[in-house]
Design a protein around this ligand. Structure first.
Ligand code: OOB
Length: 539
């Protein structure tokens, strides 16, 4: 495994292999096999474009050869920032075949986040779209190169640009490439980003073995077949849309992935009708938009059979509206880029589908609910969820200190989520210990926003908490102590934005206080602040 990553213990890995959990197959091989089995079927659809399985397979080989011709080597890291386009999928397979490790960045990321990812991963290359939603990402890429020290190459999806290699140039670099030898399946295929609990995101190594297994399990639990059409509503670099079962699980099964440009019903409903989408996945705030729009739409949504909703908490009043409105089965999903996935099952009793996050997708997943001392609690009691298994990481990349806190001595990952197990073994997420805000589908580390606010002149202390919001689930509320005059929210937002930070992290509300309340241990009392913000909102 790549240096800086924590492998599974030897005996555990052996057992996973012996049990056939890890198949010893790379993601590149999976596409190769799918191309043999489903050659002229449609793998991807975007707008009016259709890409067949065999075509996608050849395209990935050409791109892999192109990346190699432009200096990328097995083991190198590349930060990739792309919207939901077929090139994204072809490029991902190309890089995985080459053994170059992708670091998935979000389209909303700006120079601060991109720079952080380049530094953290030691990336030698960065790939961006030419423009996205009105922003010029080439400018961003140039800024990131100037800020960081490792970038050798910049790639762009779009027109040929000075200082960049375009994807079109990569495609034509080697006209008839020979397939490359596949990398080691137990090695890292790509890095996902953690939601982040302390500061900027950490890198989560995902191996071919672990990801093929997880996507395959997810596809099986969803009963996917080659006739299914998966509508990718969320950005596909999000684990949920990439492999749960998402893009990878659908391609494993021979189905079709339809890529949506935005999650909005206005964009997605016509795609459901046109391509007869059967399965899709989204976060609760988007589901709310869909439910409202579905009341008056004229588009035919009847092809949808399964709608996965996850990523944030959903009250029963909300989940209960989904099946009657959309006429599709709801599947609750609890998941994390770190690994563990739990799904409610299509044939579970309605009440458990509405009120629980179901069961792990693998029998080899181990889940424990523990108290503050780490002692296991019996069914029904609420405690921290800790987990380990064949597709849950054993350590973040190059983060030994954080890893000591984030894992137990015997390799369980501390999720930071508060949960309980029902008598039937279903998981129910009750809250969070970690200081993370889930605003819509976006995860925001309180500490990161605090650091940004503290960097503003005139702010001497900052504490950021989530406050309940009917649409977004939570909004970002910042409690600040000002040295002099209070700085208006709009000014703070402008200054944070100007430093090149993703917009979704900007605070929604600020409250100035003379000082931050402390717990008896001298830590900022976030519970008190959150309660204060919530009560203010109600009153
Ligand atoms: C998904 O992944 P991440 O890595 O963006 O966020 C993980 C965290 C969890 O630790 C938990 O705090 C929260 O998001 N979460 C939920 C939830 N699903 C995730 N909280 C309450 N209810 C749920 N159903 O969010 C993700 C990855 C794969 C599939 C689905 C979601």
């Amino acid at each position: 495994m790549l240096e800086g990553c924590t492998p599974w213990p030897e005996d555990v890995a052996r057992a996973y292999r012996e049990q056939g959990i890890w198949r010893g197959e790379t993601l590149g091989t999976v596409l190769r096999e799918a191309a043999l089995a489903h050659g002229d079927r449609t793998a991807l659809v975007h707008g009016d474009r259709r890409v067949g399985y065999a075509e996608l397979d050849r395209w990935a080989d050409r791109l892999a050869a192109g990346f190699a011709a432009h200096g990328l080597r097995a083991g190198d890291r590349i930060v990739v920032q792309l919207p939901n386009v077929p090139e994204f999928v072809a490029i991902a397979f190309a890089l995985m075949r080459l053994g170059v490790k992708l670091v998935f960045s979000l389209p909303a990321h700006r120079a601060t986040e991109l720079g952080h990812l380049v530094e953290l991963s030691g990336a030698v290359a960065l790939l961006v779209p030419e423009t996205h939603r009105g922003d010029d990402h080439r400018e961003l890429a140039r800024e990131v190169r100037a800020r960081t020290g490792t970038l050798r190459s910049l790639f762009v999806l779009g027109a040929k640009t000075e200082g960049f290699v375009s994807v079109a140039e990569l495609e034509s670099a080697v006209p008839d490439p020979r397939p490359l030898p596949e990398p080691d399946p137990s090695d890292v295929a790509f890095f996902l980003l953690s939601g982040g609990t302390t500061a900027l995101p950490k890198l989560i190594p995902r191996t071919h073995d672990d990801y093929v297994y997880m996507s395959d399990r997810a596809a099986r639990v969803c009963e996917l077949t080659a006739d299914d059409v998966y509508l990718a509503v969320l950005p596909i670099e999000f684990n949920f849309a990439f492999g749960c079962p998402g893009v990878i699980g659908t391609l494993l099964t021979g189905g079709t992935v339809v890529l949506a440009d935005t999650p909005n019903p206005m964009d997605c409903f016509p795609l459901v009708e046109r391509y007869r989408a059967t399965v899709t996945a989204m976060v609760p705030s988007i589901m709310t938009l869909w439910l409202e729009a579905a009341e008056w739409t004229e588009e035919d949504l009847s092809s949808l059979r399964l709608v996965q909703v996850g990523g944030a908490r959903m009250p029963r009043e909300f989940t209960a509206r989904i099946e009657p409105t959309l006429g599709a089965r709801l599947q609750q999903v609890f998941g994390m880029a770190e690994g563990l996935l739990t799904f409610s099952r299509p044939d579970d009793p309605l009440e458990s589908v509405l009120t629980t996050q179901g069961r792990p997708v693998s029998d080899a997943d181990e889940l424990l609910i523990v108290d503050e001392e780490g002692r296991p609690l019996e069914a029904g009691r609420v405690g921290e969820l800790i987990t380990r298994g064949p597709y849950t990481l054993r350590g973040y990349y190059n983060a030994p200190e954080h890893n000591r806190r984030a894992f137990t001595a015997d390799g369980f990952y501390r999720t930071g989520d508060l949960a309980r197990l029902t008598e039937d073994g279903d998981l129910v997420i009750e809250g969070r210990i970690k200081e993370m805000i889930i605003r819509g589908g976006d995860k925001i580390a309180a500490g990161e926003v605090e650091d940004l606010l503290l960097a503003h002149p005139g702010i001497s202390a900052a504490a950021v908490v989530g406050v309940p919001d009917t649409f977004l689930g939570e909004r970002i509320c910042a409690f600040l102590v000002a040295e002099g005059p209070e700085i208006p929210l709009a000014d703070l937002k402008r200054s944070v934005h100007a430093r090149g930070v993703a917009d979704y992290k900007l605070p929604d509300v600020v409250r100035y206080v003379p000082e931050l309340p402390l717990t008896p241990l001298g830590k900022v009392d976030k519970k008190a602040l959150a309660a204060h913000a919530a009560s203010e909102q109600e009153g």
